[in-house]
Design a protein around this ligand. Structure first.
Ligand SMILES: [Zn+2]
Ligand SMILES: [Zn+2]
Length: 403
């Protein structure tokens, strides 16, 4: 089959599944569930796969993995399924019915698009025979993207990348900063490693008028905050991206009392593993040195690190391939470059194991210049992106297996 015929077939099939995808997305949007508690969501995915006669198994409690096609080769497609602890204020008629829970990161759309791609691929398998797909397409519906340790790491531990082992994996994320129907790619570094940092600064409480008899943890905290700004400006290669943001400061309760402790927290974002380890070491050692100077009259710092996801690095070869396949399907005018961001995404765990590419799907309504971003209570998306996203997924898998 020629590429032109395949493209035409895929776009037509994607158009045909637009309505079931829209319904599924709205059902999920009305019924969002928090990370690792996606029980109803998981049941809905399973019911839909059963309807489509696609065999599946449950993993990581609420994750689902399905297979279409047959053969020695295998390519994986991934969607995440969880929602966020946000009270929806988007005003759409299918708004969340659950107090304080919302699909504000578009994972409802990711799930609906993968189910749409599943339907397209299954119909193709039925009409042209199981071996016509050129191999096995593994569909991964993954829980808990929004919460450490990340559903991806649990699915991988439970064997999602085994039996069969995919030679490549593709995934996508909706992007409210880009016009509906565009797809954006970047080779190499795409998203950051995300580590959460929690400090406790111990001093010695006392009268504000007699600081010489106390150890002031607020002053120590102030020094720590400013000194740590040196990490990125002086210790990181200027050609490497990195950021340390200290975002909470809690301490004290009265104007005339020096408190005992101050609590700080923040996040380190980095794009490469070696620098990430180095930065965490420097922050820890510097924290432990806090109060060492006789100027401060004692005190000490304590640091707790909650390690987040690794940096998301797109494989050069699969990215070249996926971008070309997308250009071939939707035209070069709709395929853009993605500028790397310091966000985190647990798709990174898959690309640590096998070659893979994660792309961004534009979802901003074309008549708007601006829409609220991901994780915003007013987040909305243009559902005309659904057939394009489904087609891009099916397209990447089919063309890969046809190579
Ligand atoms: Zn998110
Ligand atoms: Zn997300």
């Amino acid at each position: 089959m020629s590429n032109a015929t395949l493209n035409h077939d895929l776009l037509r099939a994607a158009h045909a599944v637009h309505e079931p995808m829209r319904q599924m997305r709205r059902t999920l949007h009305r019924n969002p569930e928090l990370s690792f508690h996606e029980y109803e969501t998981s049941k809905r995915i399973q019911a839909r796969l059963a309807e489509l006669q696609i065999p599946f198994q449950v993993m990581a409690n609420t994750g689902v993995v399905a297979h279409i096609g047959t053969g020695d080769r295998c390519v994986a497609l991934r969607a995440d399924i969880d929602a966020l602890p946000i009270q929806e204020e988007s005003g759409v008629e299918y708004s969340s019915t659950k107090q304080g829970v919302m699909h504000a990161c578009g994972h409802d759309a990711h799930t609906a698009m993968l189910l749409g791609a599943a339907q397209m691929l299954k119909e193709r398998e039925i009409s042209e025979g199981a071996s016509s797909l050129g191999g096995v397409i593994k569909l991964i519906f993954q829980p808990g993207e929004e919460m450490s340790p990340g559903g991806a790491s649990i699915m991988i531990r439970e064997g999602v990348l085994q039996n069969p082992r995919p030679e490549a994996i593709f995934g996508q994320h909706v992007n409210p900063d880009a016009t509906c129907g565009t797809a954006a790619f970047v080779s190499g570094m795409m998203l950051a490693a995300t580590d959460e940092l929690y400090w406790t600064i111990h001093g010695k409480s006392g009268h504000a008028a007699q600081p010489h008899n106390a150890t002031d943890p607020i002053l120590l905290a102030a020094h720590l905050i400013t000194q740590l700004q040196t990490l990125v400006s002086r210790r990181l290669n200027p050609f490497a991206p990195g950021v340390l943001s200290i975002c909470t400061v809690h301490g004290g309760h009265a104007t005339n009392v020096i408190p005992d402790t101050v609590e700080l927290s923040g996040t380190l974002r980095s794009m490469n593993q070696a620098w990430r380890e180095e930065a965490l070491r420097v922050i820890r050692e510097h924290t432990e040195l806090l109060g060492a100077s006789p100027l401060f009259g004692g005190g000490r710092g304590e640091l707790r690190i909650e390690r987040g996801y690794p940096p998301l690095v797109n494989n050069a070869e699969t990215t070249r391939f996926a971008r070309q396949a997308a250009e071939n399907l939707i035209g070069t005018a709709l395929v853009e470059d993605f500028e790397p961001k310091m966000w985190g995404e647990d798709f990174a765990y898959y690309t640590q194991e096998i070659p893979g590419t994660f792309w961004m799907l534009g979802i901003r309504p074309p008549h708007l210049d601006f829409t609220p971003g991901l994780h915003n209570s007013k987040f909305i998306l243009d559902e005309n992106a659904l057939p394009i996203g489904a087609a891009l997924l099916a397209n990447a898998a089919l063309k890969r297996l046809a190579e």
